[in-house]
Structure formats: C-alpha cells, structure tokens
Design a protein around this ligand. Sequence first.
Ligand code: FAD
Length: 416
Amino acid sequence: MNIQKVPHVVIIGAGFGGLEAAQKLASAPVRVTIIDRHNYHLFQPLLYQVAIAGLVPSQIAYPLRTIFRRHPNVDFLMSEVSSIDFASRYVKANGSVIAYDYLILSVGGQTNFFGMQEVEQYGFQLKNVESAVETRNHLLHVFEEASREVDAERRRALLTFVIVGGGPTGVETAGALAELITHVMAKDYPYMDLTEVRVILIEATSSVMMAYPEGLRKATRRLLHNKNVEIMENTRLIGYNGLQVTLADETTIDTHTLIWTAGVRSAEITDRLGVPQTVGRRIRVEPTLQLPGHPEVFVIGDAAYLEDEHGQSLPMLATVAQQEAKAAARNIEKILKEEQPRPFHYKDPGLLATIGRNAAVARIWGLSFSGFIAWVIWVGLHIYRLIGFRNRILVLINWAWDYFFYENQVRLITKE
Ligand SMILES: Cc1cc2nc3c(=O)[nH]c(=O)nc-3n(C[C@H](O)[C@H](O)[C@H](O)COP(=O)(O)OP(=O)(O)OC[C@H]3O[C@@H](n4cnc5c(N)ncnc54)[C@H](O)[C@@H]3O)c2cc1C
C-alpha cells in the first residue's frame, strides 16, 4: 500500500476522544496524524488526586509516542494548532501547514470562569497537570504558613478551603481534601488546632450532584457531612480577591484557597474557527457528528454540542468523548466505502464519584449504590481505565499504601 495515496485523517487533540479515534482508525485504510500540544495523554478524572498529594502526574499521564509505537499508519505531532482552513482543508500548527482529507476535532474543554477575571486570577483549577501541581503546592504551603501564624484570624483564613461546584469533581476534591487534613495533616502538624480547619463546598443550584438521582444526592450530602465538609447549596459566588470570597447575598468568607470546579467550556481554539458555537461555546454538530456544511469534518467530545433524543445536551464526559470517537471513526470508514454515515446515540454507562476512602456514589445499569460497594467499583474502574500496566500497578500500590497507612505520599512543595 502506498501510504501517501491513502486518505489522510488529521485528529486534533489526543485526549479521551482523539486517542480513541486514532486507535480505531489504526486498522483502517487511512493515514492518521494526531496532533496535541502535549506529548502525553492525560487521565483527567484523577487530576484531583494530584492536587491532594495522592498521586504524581506521571501516574495519570502516558506518553503518546509509546501508545502509537505499534501502529505504523499513525503519526504523532506535538504541536499547538492555531487555525483551521475548512475551505482549503488544512490546519496550521506551530508554523506547519498540514493538509487533510478528513478531520476529527477533539480539542476538549477548558475551565469556564464565566468572565469572573478575579476568580480566574486568584482561584485554583483542576484542568491540566500544571494546575493540579500548582494546587498541591499551594495546599501544602498554606499548612506551613498556618503552622507558624500567630494571628488567629489570618490562621483561620489560611485553614479555610473553599471549593466551588458541587458536581463530581468538586465533591471528589472536597472529600479527598477533608481526608488529607484529618488523616495526614493531623499527624504532620500535631501542635496545630485542626478544629480551625473548614472545607466548604459551594453549589449554585439546589443540590450537589444535580445530575444524580435524589437518593444519591442525599447519600453524597451524608458522606460529605461525615467528613466535616460544609455544604452550601443555592449559593452563588460572585467574587474572590485572593483573600475573601463574596457570595451573592453579600456575605463573605475569608480564605486563601478557592478551587473552582464550577464550569467547563470548549477549548479556546473553537472561538477562532468561524463556526457557530452554542452553550459552553461548544460547536453544534449534525447527529452524525459532522460539522454542518463540512461532511469531511467531525467534532467530538467536550468541543461538540449534540442533544440526545430527549433534547438534553450530551454531558462533557470522557465516556461521551470515547463513544463519539468510535462513531466518528466508523463514519469515516463508511464514507470511504461510499456508504451513508450513521447518527450517533450515546449509551449512558452510568455515573460514579468517590468521596474519600470507603465512600462513593454510583448509578450503574439503572441501579444506585453508595458507600463501600460504590467505592470498590470506583477503584476497580479507575485502575482499569488508566493507560499503561506500570501506571495501573503504581496507582494501585499508592492507593493501598494510603489506605492502610493513612498517608498521602506526594506531600512535596516543588517547582515542577
Ligand atoms: C478534573 C476533572 C475530572 C473529570 N472527571 C471525569 C469523570 O470522572 N468521568 C468522566 O467521564 N469525565 C470526567 N471528566 C471530563 C473528561 O475528562 C472530559 O469530558 C474528556 O476529557 C473530554 O475528552 P476530549 O477528547 O473531548 O478532550 P480532552 O480529553 O480534554 O482532550 C483534548 C486534548 O486536546 C488538546 N488540545 C486542545 N487544544 C489544542 C490545540 N489548539 N492544539 C493542540 N492540542 C490541543 C489538549 O492538550 C488535550 O490533550 C473530568 C474532567 C476534569 C477536568
């Protein structure tokens, strides 16, 4: 086969969607170039574990070149894509021009601060390796500062941690942070009065875990209360200046730590493509995942906006991105065979979130679980979904160590 003569599929983004699409197309009669600004695939669902000093970044990331070693028709290019010319069918990445026959746009999302510039400036986020390590350094740093602070008011502000967003990421972060403090920091700082610590979870809607059934929302509240997390529902944050949070009812909370998990929008490049965007600046696609007017372009994952048969937008989840990736790859193969592309239907595998050790909430195959069983499912599934045998073993050992010895092993303040 003359590799230059087969159709060229360019995939932008090697996250959950892009990676799955490339793997699916590895056995198709096409040449694939997958482009990402990073040389690794990142397992974002465990980023919060990096932030709470439970895991190191290399345990949740995997080099892309290693993944594609065994696929001769897949080329990886580490580059930042700056523009796409849909009419002439090429992308520009770090000065190079890369022509395509088919394009899969899988650039993911980024944190949405809804225009609150101060929150963006002073708050912490969990979106990439850098932001998670920055959060970890900060969390460990405030404990060092608090341990030598004689002013009680400032010490209490240092020991107040506000997490905004009661979805799975906020809930998981709040639960894990509360445990880090009670199980680990209590031993590291034996002379500090940890009753001064507050972990506060703020949620603008009427409930944490809004997408979950009522029973699991209740279970989430109970599990968080058990870990001394204060839950503030129906509460909207309107400002943060690095020292004080302001709420919509004008009450304030003194804190040196705000972790923002309350919004996601599509990646910044989608603003520069000249295509219509909708909720969360996502790109509206045809049911077949094709870009309207450009049947050779597929948009998938967090960057794409598609509604299900009930008119609900598909959530920004790894499971959606992976299923869409398979469907887009299949549709490209169909077009190559001169068949009609098929509409995409999401099969919801359920929802799962952990709230520290022995505690999680899950909705799987229509059944709801909470507590230990859900936690075991969570651990098993996350180990299974990690890429690389070495990472799976390392994460398992790390978690087992933390579980039995109540230690988060990565308590290093570094300049990574
Ligand atoms: C903290 C956190 C926890 C989460 N927990 C869960 C969970 O428990 N379960 C779940 O299902 N989902 C979870 N998600 C959501 C899930 O990670 C996303 O839905 C999923 O990653 C979307 O896949 P994607 O392929 O669209 O984008 P991504 O996986 O984000 O990949 C996008 C890729 O595109 C690259 N890229 C972007 N712009 C450019 C550019 N201009 N040039 C080159 N490369 C570019 C990025 O570097 C990235 O590698 C979580 C997300 C976060 C942030």
